[in-house]
Design a protein around this ligand. Structure first.
Ligand SMILES: CCCCCCCCCCCCCCC(=O)SCCNC(=O)CCNC(=O)[C@H](O)C(C)(C)COP(=O)(O)OP(=O)(O)OC[C@H]1O[C@@H](n2cnc3c(N)ncnc32)[C@H](O)[C@@H]1OP(=O)(O)O
Ligand SMILES: CCCCCCCC/C=C\CCCCCCCC(=O)OC[C@@H](O)COP(=O)(O)O
Length: 270
């Protein structure tokens, strides 16, 4: 089992933390608690996923998912998706494949219990302010994800963006895919703008369309191909985002070239 996933063996401590009933000593000495703790550790990901998936009923958000079969690639992969708000965590759990960890900014680790859940869940924390340190973490991940058969979920925009469009993609996810020679699987969530106001953080009920797109192979690609790969993925995801959000399609005349937003912002429909 993966080194990342194995962080979940600490999950029983989290249960105690929440329940505030048992001290760590009691936790480990209490014989009746042991099976429950082992079960929690073993099923940690499933438990968290199941809990977060219930949130949609309280928030009135519904998800319509297509293309889940595209996750059925043999072995590891990089999953890239658009990131609009913290509500994405519900969308993440709707489709999250097994043995998949996410890349997150390191500040999230210090969010108390939620940070602890993320740590235990195997989130790979990076320092966005230091490209060199983020690159070092990512190249370590490139080695271990193959050895341990783990999929890695990255938000290539690098920050939340609820404008109905995509921000320029950072290249880390694509370097990672090329270094590990694993496919990139794009996942697109339709725009929340119809039901969510990121400034006031107020939202009404709404439906989110999710599409898992076919894997993009990286076998044989080198670091020289990363910019092209990033642009290709950006164009495909942007077209899908617009289609799912019912926005006029961008047949980006520049898509075959460098289709990053600096250029696409010049197009009609923005
Ligand atoms: C069921 C289980 C429950 C578990 C618990 C629940 C889990 C929920 C967790 C949810 C987590 C959600 C987290 C959301 C976030 O935090 S999003 C923010 C953090 N994520 C990211 O930032 C990822 C995207 N960013 C990147 O990939 C960046 O590229 C980064 C690596 C951070 C570097 O940033 P920056 O310098 O700003 O970007 P550039 O892409 O422009 O890169 C600069 C140049 O460096 C080159 N580069 C980049 N990466 C590499 C690399 N790995 N190797 C070699 N070179 C690299 C890049 O090419 C640029 O150079 P050129 O311009 O091409 O010359
Ligand atoms: C007994 C257990 C009870 C469990 C309850 C479940 C709790 C939920 C668990 C895990 C999911 C929480 C994840 C919250 C992560 C927030 C992600 C997020 O949106 O971060 C912002 C970051 O991307 C970008 O930051 P900026 O836009 O640059 O600023």
């Amino acid at each position: 089992m993966s080194r990342y996933i194995l962080r979940a063996e600490l999950a029983p401590l989290l249960v105690a933390h929440f329940l505030l009933l048992l001290s760590p000593t009691q936790l480990f000495t209490s014989a009746p608690a042991l099976p429950a703790l082992l079960l929690t550790a073993f099923f940690f990901h499933r438990i968290i996923r199941a809990i977060v998936r219930t949130f949609k009923y309280f928030f009135g958000v519904r998800f319509e998912v297509k293309g889940l079969e595209n996750f059925k690639v043999e072995g590891p992969a990089i999953i890239v998706s658009n990131h609009q708000s913290v509500l994405d965590m519900m969308g993440l759990m709707e489709v999250l494949p097994d043995n998949c960890v996410q890349v997150g900014k390191k500040e999230l680790m210090y969010m108390g219990s939620v940070g602890l859940i993320m740590y235990l869940g195997g989130v790979i924390f990076i320092n966005r302010k230091s490209t060199s340190s983020a690159k070092m973490v990512m190249s370590d991940v490139a080695k271990t994800m193959v050895a341990e058969n783990v999929k890695v979920w990255v938000y290539p925009e690098g920050t939340r963006n609820c404008t109905g469009d995509l921000l320029p993609f950072k290249k880390g996810a694509f370097h990672l895919a090329v270094q590990a020679q694993v496919p990139v699987i794009p996942v697109v969530y339709s725009s929340f703008t119809a039901f969510y106001n990121p400034k006031t953080k107020l939202f009404t009920s709404g439906k989110v369309k999710v599409e898992v797109l076919p894997p993009i192979e990286t076998k044989g690609l080198t670091s020289d191909d990363v910019t092209d790969l990033t642009d290709r993925c950006f164009s495909t995801m942007r077209e899908t985002l617009f289609r799912l959000s019912g926005r006029p399609s961008v047949t980006c005349a520049l898509a075959g070239q460098k289709a990053q937003p600096a250029l696409c912002s010049l197009l009609p429909g923005r």
